[in-house]
Design a protein. Sequence first.
Length: 138
Amino acid sequence: MTRTGQQIENDLYEFLKKSSLPGIISGNVYKYGVRPKDSVLEDAIVKFVEGSDGDIQEGTVVVNIYVPDFDPYGDGILRKDIERCQEIEVAANTWVESLGAGRSDYQFRKAQTIHTQEEDEIRQHFVTVRLRYRVTTF
């Protein structure tokens, strides 16, 4: 049976929740659109981006892990927490390498290098994990 975008997002959400990655971040794991607006925690957001339909479905999903900016010099200017972003990038990479282990229906691979981007409006950065998935539905 083919999966919908929401079902694929749900599956990735469950894979992430059951992994060790949530244990290293200060926040929670959320599906896209439900992260609390004013969160200042290291939250992970799972989002379905696009996919093809058929007996073999392929597409893209994203996990963004937010890292609040901080004031390292006490001068009132918030800056990227480079060290923490690097730690989360490495942990996310380890998670991706283990993703799908023991599952016969899903295959995952990185769609791009795991990296950190700026979210200036909320004074946070986020680690982006963009994945290509392939799921066999027959």
